[in-house]
Ligand binder design. Sequence first.
Ligand SMILES: [Mn+2]
Length: 323
Amino acid sequence: MISAAERLRRLESLFLKEDRLLIVINADPDAMASAMALKRLLWRKIAGTTIAHVNRISRPDNLAMIRLLRLDLRPLKEVDRGAFTRFAILDSQPEHHEAFEGIDFHVVIDHHPEGAVNAAFVDIRPQYGATSTMMTQYLRAARIKPSARLATGLFYGIKVDTSNFERRAVIEDVNAFQFLFRYVNVYMARKIEQAEITLDFLKFYRRALDAVRVRKRRIRVHLGPVPNPDVCVTIADFFMKIHDIAWVIISGIVQGRLVIIVRNDGLGKHAGKLLARAFGHLGTAGGHKAMARAEIPVDNLKELVQVKDDTAVLRWIARCMRG
Ligand SMILES: [Mn+2]
């Protein structure tokens, strides 16, 4: 097995003082924190590092992370690739996103299952819970004491990707987490973690609270037009906090699709199977036992329900789910 020090040596050997590095990510907490760490590792060793993202960033915790950790991210589309001599991809692999195509990556560091990767430096460890864990090991090998912001980012990256250690994690994740904890700003970490909604969500909460009816420990609300599916997701999660609610079904219309979000306590019927059976023939539908989603193009509903009539939609969904 190759040591952390040896990995670091091999990674550093790829860079010259005049190199300009472009780090490309599909931005989420783990990817953003990993990019911060690589930038820090190469700080003062190369001429400069820019971090570019390929996705639209809208999740409130991601936005809070960018603001509080003072991350400087650019959309990849707006970056002049000709200005860079080295390219790295973190927490992803070149085949994972079409926007990565056509870039000749020198560095690939990731924890997803290994695909066909061709680069001068490849470090893929699928058993790891987070790329942030791998990057923490690089920092430690380089004897870098992380700043509070960097430590907080990596700490949150590990928390998110392991679902607070409820999911796929190895002892290395636990060790990195424990190491980072010494340097974390707990107030910053808490604020990032708390950030679940944006201000414009509040009117949908009001709409949901006005419409809510509880029947047989179930809550069903159709929100009508909403800006994105996350609105339905956060409202569904919110109602699941009520101690004796067993099922929550929240739907909304998002850009020509009827989105149905289901949450339950995991003690009864399988939500994913139920949705697949009820709506699979009309669009995409499925998920896990306690969380599931269906998305149906409104065009497919023309003969079935009047989508502008919120009450009719609500009744139609309930009827389909009864089977
Ligand atoms: Mn990750």
